[in-house]
Design a protein around this ligand. Structure first.
Ligand SMILES: [Zn+2]
Length: 963
């Protein structure tokens, strides 16, 4: 679209007689300056979420998952929030009542640690809980403010004046209500239970706070437990096998062989568990020591222990029950018990050392056999009195080593080796965790698991694989440990009796605390004493109770947001229409929200769950500072220190990137991709500029054209525009923004730039201003630009508004966002011309290629210097050409004008002479030099010309226009 073709020559120029493009809408976006100006215009005119709130249509609630209030924004935030904004802006334009309340997750260990790390030792020692909470609040709010500024710059619309924060009073109060309802339904209980415990941060951790580094090695040991007595049944079996001697004299030489990767748990041993379904062997070594272990593992164990075993006899797992052995480190006897299918013969010995205080399977086996649930580790990871002679050793430091040494001294250690396996680490401190039985508060998932699974079925999961994912997680998940031994959170609202540890929670205490939090916030829990925290009726009894000091798992905080936000804010509804987060949230927010909502209201908090992948670099690698491949959204928008390497692309290009990717999987971003996107951006912008620039003397209210009078080309263009509106609408409806991106590009390039606008140049520039062939084109351009602006506005919101502000005529709406989503007038639909036009367009592409070939061979200069002869092979194509010629508007629907050549002839026999002849599937295409003389105004070649100024030549129509 080079509208400023230089009319070469020393001759007189007719440039001033052409209707050239005029507009203030610049080719360059100048986003760094222009985007903030547009945002200011929106703010001043309440062009934002206010539009959503004043809409009268059906409600649409997209509930924001709260990012953690820590650290600068990254591309993951951009992907997430921009996707949400596409949807909200689209729904607003569609007339839905929409309110988007952005949120932040504010409590939890990472912020608590950040605050503590900033303090000097002295300060840290003097900091009480309220002081810490004060500092944590300040820290979180500062982070929130800085993230919020970023989100706003991306043009994310939402209630920024009043976002939801998990540290706000009304939020904390709503959370207590959720907890209270779950408690009163019997879903919350207190129990001693092994939990993932982080000695390095001295707290219990949730599944979501664990990570599994690749290179974890444990010290694994094969240990023999000395048998002290057999059951009668086994004694008989031994006798049968002539073991009388051994049994009576050398019982001390019988061992069961166990294997463990946590030697420090051996002092907590309470039993050895076998699988009743597994076959075991009784086998002796060369020193007449006799061992029992799983038969399947015979070869491996022989090799590992470097021993030759002599098989004496087989015995089933169920027969081993009742054997007693001497505890490996203490002076006591322990039983062999029957465990479950967690005991396999894939590794180890098929016999599992059982410490019920330090493992989940062990804990369950312990419950079944009423074994003591002994916990031998304190919160720092130091062994306690219960560990006997190993007291004070630390499980992450010296405990393993010393215990292994001890076993060796007792001749019980058969082998020690490093063992690589998946082992949970604290996500924060990057140190190993342990299982440790502590008194904790739990949500009993068993109590509402089936209801949760039913609710999952009713939700629309996009992609559908998400359903299977969350389902398997909910099926397999144990009780949810919701208590934390931290200060920065919402307290578990419970009192314990001072003398008996009896628990006090009931409707009255819960209501009282909920009201207190609503009024004062959760700090009150630490600043007030029991007398005031308990309801008035406990006044006299208050001295006998002490408040609990545990806080709630942060997943309980964010998992209560449906109650604190969707259920409370104007313009929102519960269940929400949509939750949209990264695919890791199946085990995080999607799940915790589901569990609390199902437990309280027996339904999921969302109707649809949509997930997106993660942002990677251009080579598909994770972004990391050490790799130097981090793309910073702020630099994408404002440019980097070196603008040649990191130009300022503006928020629209960032948003265009989000629309361009298949976000259902991980998505790449980098400087090459950004450059390509900015090219696409520029293509759209220049298309818009061309449209606006050619409307400078047009006003649709004055110069409107009736659709039935339009030339075929214009009818087709409106029909095509209708199709594009349809396709883009369905792309937004289905959240398939990459389809929008593709449709937009191909519309701008293939339909507009290469076809309609290419042909339109002659109509727009050369015609006299009021000529119908020009006005009808302008009418179509005005329909395109107004609709295009709306269609791109959810994604390229600044450009869309910039277009609107630069429309050269009056429109009713001050902002593009007040226009509403386009509907397609019935008379635009024109299916009759569809197939004929499709044939004619295909032929045009083909003929253009032939002309291009001719130009490349330098046989002709411009296409207008040629004349095309065409002998169609295809009957339908011939019909289409005749149809165009007979029923089209002769000033517009002239195929030579479509080809931008000086003449087009439909022929019955090929010419003998031509510049170039090409035979293809369409027929025979021939080119020859156009006859006649070139018009100095329109450059068409005409046989009859007139003399213009300074001896110039003018064609008939130009001569008339000039006159
Ligand atoms: Zn002319």
């Amino acid at each position: 679209m080079s509208e400023n073709k230089n009319h070469k020559s020393s001759k007189f120029s007719y440039k001033d007689t052409l209707n050239l493009l005029k507009t203030e809408f610049s080719m360059r976006a100048n986003s760094v300056k222009r985007e903030p100006e547009i945002q200011k215009f929106w703010a001043e005119n309440k062009i934002d979420m206010n539009l959503g709130l004043t809409n009268k249509g059906k409600n649409f609630t997209l509930h924001d998952g709260p990012p953690y209030a820590n650290g600068p924004l990254h591309m993951g935030h951009a992907l997430n929030k921009v996707l949400k904004d596409f949807i909200n802006k689209y729904k607003i334009l569609k007339g839905y009542r929409v309110n988007f309340v952005p949120g932040w997750d504010c409590h939890g260990l990472p912020i608590e640690l950040k605050v503590l790390q900033k303090l000097k030792n002295e300060e840290r020692r003097n900091l009480d809980i309220l002081g810490l909470r004060q500092k944590a609040t300040e820290y979180a709010k500062k982070q929130i403010y800085s993230q919020m500024e970023g989100f706003k710059r991306w043009a994310i619309w939402g209630d920024w004046e009043n976002p939801y924060l998990t540290l706000k009073k009304n939020y904390e109060s709503a959370q207590i209500e959720v907890f209270g309802k779950m408690f009163l339904k019997g879903y919350i209980f207190r129990g001693l239970k092994p939990v993932h415990w982080s000695p390095s941060s001295r707290t219990a951790l949730a599944e979501a706070e664990l990570e599994y580094p690749d290179e974890h090695f444990s010290k694994s040991v094969y240990v023999s437990f000395r048998i002290t007595s057999f059951t009668k049944h086994i004694e008989l079996k031994l006798q049968k096998n002539n073991f009388n001697e051994h049994v009576s004299k050398n019982i001390g030489n019988f061992f069961i062989l166990i294997w463990t990767t946590t030697p420090w748990t051996l002092p907590a041993n309470e039993a050895a568990a076998v699988n009743p379904k597994v076959i075991y062997v009784v086998a002796s070594d060369d020193d007449e020591n006799i061992f029992i272990f799983a038969k399947d593992l015979l070869e491996i164990v022989q090799e590992k222990l470097n021993k030759e075993f002599h098989l004496l006899f087989d015995i089933s797992g169920s027969e081993l029950k009742g054997i007693e052995y001497k505890h490996p480190t203490k002076d006591k006897l322990c039983p062999v018990i029957l465990g479950g299918d967690y005991i396999t013969t894939e590794s180890g010995t098929g016999i599992v050392h059982t410490a019920p205080g330090h493992g989940m399977d062990d804990f369950n086996a312990g419950l079944k056999y009423k074994l003591p649930i002994t916990c031998i580790v304190d919160e720092k990871g130091n062994l306690t009195d219960d560990a006997g002679i190993f007291k004070d050793l630390n499980v992450l430091k010296d405990a393993n080593e010393q215990i292994i040494e001890f076993l060796e001294s007792q001749n019980l250690l058969m082998l020690m080796e490093d063992y690589k396996h998946r082992y949970p680490y604290d996500w924060r401190t990057k140190k190993p965790t342990i299982f440790r039985a502590t008194e904790q508060w739990f949500a009993s998932v068993d109590g509402f698991r089936s209801s949760a699974l039913e609710s999952i079925e009713k939700v629309d999961w996009m992609p559908n694989s998400g359903k299977k994912r969350i389902k398997s997680m909910v099926v397999g998940r144990g009780d949810w440990c919701i208590s934390r031994q931290r200060s920065w959170g919402v307290p578990i609202p419970v009192f314990y009796k001072k003398d008996s540890n009896e628990v006090l929670i009931n409707q009255a205490t819960l209501n009282h605390i909920q009201d207190l939090f609503e009024e004062h916030g959760a700090d009150i829990w630490w600043s007030w004493d029991e007398q005031k925290l308990l309801p008035p009726e406990y006044l006299n009894d208050a001295k006998n109770w002490k408040k609990g000091l545990d806080t709630m798992d942060v997943w309980f905080d964010s998992g209560s947001s449906w109650a604190a936000v969707c259920n409370q804010r104007e313009g929102m509804q519960y269940p929400a229409d949509l939750y949209l987060e990264g695919s890791d949230q199946h085990r995080g927010w999607f799940q915790s929200s589901l569990l609390t909502s199902v437990a309280v209201n027996n339904k999921a908090p969302y109707k649809t769950v949509l997930t997106h992948g993660f942002a990677l670099d251009e080579n598909g690698r994770k972004m990391s500072k050490s790799l130097g491949n981090v793309v910073d959204p702020n630099i994408v928008i404002n440019g980097g220190a070196n603008q040649k390497i990191n130009p300022a692309y503006g928020a629209d290009v960032l948003r265009l990137w989000v629309s361009s990717v298949d976000y259902s999987v991980d998505v790449p971003i980098g400087s090459n991709i950004l450059k390509q996107l900015s090219d696409v951006y520029r293509k759209v912008r220049n298309t818009a500029r061309y449209l606006i620039g050619n409307l400078h003397d047009y006003d649709p209210s004055l110069q409107s054209v009736s659709i039935k009078d339009l030339p075929i080309l214009d009818k087709w263009m409106l029909h095509r525009l209708g199709e594009v509106i349809d396709q883009i609408t369905s792309a937004y409806e289905n959240y398939e923004f990459s389809k929008f991106f593709q449709i937009l590009q191909s519309f701008c390039v293939v339909d507009l730039s290469n076809f309609y606008l290419d042909i339109a140049k002659d109509r727009l520039y050369v015609s006299s201003p009021n000529q119908f062939r020009r006005r009808s084109c302008q009418f179509v351009l005005s329909r395109i630009i107004e609709n295009l602006a709306v269609l791109i506005s959810p994604v390229l919101c600044h450009m869309a508004e910039d277009i609107w502000q630069n429309l050269p005529y009056q429109v009713q709406e001050k902002s593009v966002f007040q226009r509403g989503w386009p509907s397609i007038p019935a008379e635009w639909k024109n299916l009759d011309i569809e197939s004929k036009m499709s044939n004619l367009r295909k032929l045009r592409v083909e003929i253009n290629k032939v002309i291009e070939g001719c130009r490349n061979q330098q046989k002709v200069g411009a296409a207008l210097e040629t004349e095309i002869m065409f002998l169609p092979k295809d009957k339908k194509l011939k019909e289409a050409l005749i149809w165009l010629n007979s029923s089209g508007n002769p000033e517009v629907d002239c195929y030579s004008d479509w080809l931008i050549v000086s003449n087009f002839l439909l022929i019955d026999n090929p010419f003998e002479e031509s510049l170039l002849t090409v035979n293809n599937e369409f027929g025979t295409i021939q080119i020859q030099k156009a006859k006649g003389i070139k018009c100095d105004r329109c450059w068409h070649f005409q046989e009859f010309t007139f003399k213009g100024k300074q001896n110039t030549n003018l064609c008939k129509r130009c001569a008339e226009i000039i006159k």
